[in-house]
Design a protein. Structure first.
Length: 146
């Protein structure tokens, strides 16, 4: 499943355990619980992950994330860095998820993609292949499939 938080109606997290009346939140939680692995992607704003993603993560907890193998991606308008990735790594570790060592930061995103939506940098494209392989391999290892 792919979730674009821009098109979802989620409550603002206030520390409650239940948020009745938000079917998008129910769907999100159920999908995350059912997933073997996750990929979290965020734009980087002011040196960190987006507030919208942070809110969505705060609405979930150990029930959704514990033991999930997770890959992290950030997209930036400026130079590539790892601020948002580091913040996401800390959050996911806190909720007992397993974050793969490979991570991707796409700097200067406004010029990183062609008109067809494909990455222009072949090295970065190759890193996505390695990222995907690591996510699958580590998920299989954690699930005892390998």
């Amino acid at each position: 499943d792919i979730f674009d938080l821009r098109h979802m109606t989620l409550p603002l997290c206030n520390g409650e355990d239940e948020y009745p009346g938000y079917p998008d939140l129910v769907r999100l939680k159920e999908s995350v619980r059912a997933a073997d692995g996750l990929i979290l992607a965020t734009p980087e704003y002011h040196g960190s992950l987006s507030g919208v993603l942070k809110n969505a993560l705060d609405l979930m907890s150990f029930d959704e994330f514990s033991g999930k193998v997770t890959g992290l991606i950030s997209v930036l308008g400026g130079q590539s860095n790892s601020n948002a990735l580091n913040d996401m790594r800390l959050i996911m570790r806190w909720v007992h998820a397993w974050v793969i060592p490979e991570q991707i930061a796409i700097g200067q995103a406004w010029q990183a993609f062609g008109e067809d939506g494909k990455l222009l940098d072949e090295k970065l494209s190759s890193r996505f292949d390695q990222f995907a392989e690591s996510l699958v391999e580590n998920t299989k290892k954690l699930r005892g499939i390998l």
